[in-house]
Design a protein around this ligand. Structure first.
Ligand code: NCD
Length: 349
C-alpha cells in the first residue's frame, strides 16, 4: 500500500462488519461529508438525505428519458479522471460513457500502467491529476476510506466507485432506481416508499461493499433487508449495520419473505485463505429455477455483477424474465450521469 493510504485501512475481513456497525448512523440520519470535502463528492451513501437521493433519482430519470442531444454539452470541456486501482467493467465503463455523453473529457489512470506501479501515493496521484486540470476524480481502490483521503487532499469532488470492503454508493443508487421501477414505485422517495418490501441479499456479504451500501440505504426507505449466507461469509455482527436488517442462514426461508432477491458473487480475491466448500455453497445458496419457483416465484432478481453463472445463480434465472440484471447496468449509466452533473454542476442539468 502506498504511504498516503496507510491510514485508510486495507481490507480487514474480520473487523469490517463490527467497524461498519460502530460507524453506521441510525437509518434516518445522514452523515454529511467532513469539512474540506467538496459537497459534490459521493463518498458514502449515508451522506445523502432522502431528499438528495430523490433529486439524484429524478435527474437520472430525466437524463435517461431525453434524447442524447439534449444533454450532450452539459459538461462540455470539463475534465474528469477515472482512477482505478481495482478491476472493473460495469462501473468504469458506465462512469466513462456517462461522462462522455454529457460532453466531458475523461482520462483513465489504472494502477497497472501508471506511476502507481512505481510506488506513487494516492495523494500524489490525486495532486498530479488536479494539476493536469482534472475537476473531478472517480476512484476505485482496495483500501476502505481511500476516497475520503483523496477528497481531503485534492479538494475536488470525488466519487467513490468502490472502496475495499466498505462502500459502493453509486451501485446502491442504481439498485434503488431498479427496485423502484420494477416495483412500479415513484422515484421521489420517502421513509415509507419501501414499506412492506423485503429485499434479501445473499452470498458473500462479508466482502461486499454493494451489500453494505444497500443495507445502509434501503431500510431508510422502509424496506426490510434480510442478509443471507453461511457463517463464514456473513458474521453475526452484520445485523448491527443498520436497524431494519435481519440475518437468515436458510436461503429458502429468506426467499419466501422477499420481493427482491439480490445475489452476490463470492469474492475470491478477498477470501484471504478462507476455505469455502463450493459444492456445499451451491447446494445451499444458489438461486436456481427449482428454488425460485418454489419459494419466490414473483421476486425481482438482481446481481451487481460480475456473475459466476452456475455458482451463485443459474443461467436460466439470470437470463429469465424476472431478472433485472441488465436493467441494473443500464440504470448505472443514468445514475452516474446524474452524479457527475451533481459533482460538477451542483446537480443543475
Ligand atoms: C461489485 C464490486 O466491484 O464491488 N461489482 C460492481 O461494481 N458492479 C461486486 C463484485 O466485485 O463482486
Amino acid at each position: 500500500m502506498s504511504p498516503a493510504t496507510k491510514s485508510a485501512s486495507k481490507s480487514a475481513p474480520k473487523s469490517v462488519p463490527k467497524k461498519a456497525a460502530a460507524q453506521s448512523p441510525q437509518p434516518k440520519a445522514t452523515t454529511p461529508p467532513a469539512d474540506g470535502i467538496h459537497p459534490g463528492s459521493l463518498l458514502s451513501i449515508t451522506q445523502l438525505s432522502l431528499e438528495e437521493v430523490s433529486n439524484i433519482l429524478a435527474l437520472a430519470e430525466r437524463l435517461a428519458g431525453e434524447p442524447l442531444s439534449k444533454h450532450a454539452t452539459l459538461l462540455e470541456n470539463r475534465k474528469l479522471a477515472l482512477l482505478f486501482y481495482e478491476s472493473s467493467t460495469r462501473t468504469r465503463t458506465s462512469f466513462e460513457l456517462a461522462a462522455k455523453s454529457l460532453g466531458a473529457m475523461t482520462t483513465l489512470v489504472s494502477d497497472k500502467s501508471s506511476s502507481i506501479e512505481k510506488g506513487e501515493s494516492l495523494k500524489d496521484t490525486g495532486l498530479t491529476l488536479r494539476a493536469l486540470g482534472a475537476e473531478c476524480i472517480i476512484l476505485r481502490h482496495n483500501a476502505s476510506g481511500s476516497p475520503y483521503l483523496l477528497a481531503k487532499h485534492t479538494g475536488l469532488p470525488v466519487l467513490n466507485a468502490g472502496d475495499g470492503m466498505h462502500e459502493h454508493p453509486s451501485q446502491a443508487l442504481l439498485d434503488l432506481r431498479t427496485i423502484l421501477s420494477r416495483l412500479g414505485k415513484k422515484q421521489a422517495v420517502t421513509e415509507t416508499t419501501l414499506d412492506g418490501i423485503t429485499v434479501c441479499i445473499t452470498g458473500d456479504i462479508l466482502h461486499s461493499r454493494v451489500a453494505r451500501s444497500n443495507a445502509l440505504l434501503l431500510p431508510r426507505l422502509g424496506a426490510k433487508v434480510i442478509l443471507c449466507g453461511p457463517q463464514q461469509l456473513l458474521p453475526p455482527e452484520a445485523v448491527d449495520l443498520s436497524p431494519g436488517i435481519t440475518l437468515e442462514r436458510d436461503f429458502d426461508k429468506a426467499l419466501q419473505q422477499s420481493q427482491v432477491a439480490m445475489m452476490l458473487r463470492i469474492q475470491k480475491e478477498r477470501l484471504a485463505g478462507m476455505q469455502i466448500d463450493l459444492a456445499d455453497y451451491q447446494k445451499q445458496y444458489q438461486l436456481n429455477e427449482d428454488r425460485y419457483f418454489k419459494h419466490a416465484p414473483n421476486a425481482v432478481v438482481m446481481h451487481p455483477g460480475p456473475m459466476i453463472r452456475g455458482l451463485e445463480i443459474t443461467a436460466d434465472i439470470a437470463d429469465g424474465p424476472s431478472s433485472a440484471i441488465e436493467e441494473q447496468v443500464r440504470n448505472g449509466l443514468a445514475i452516474r450521469m446524474a452524479l457527475l452533473a451533481r459533482a460538477l454542476n451542483g446537480g443543475a442539468a
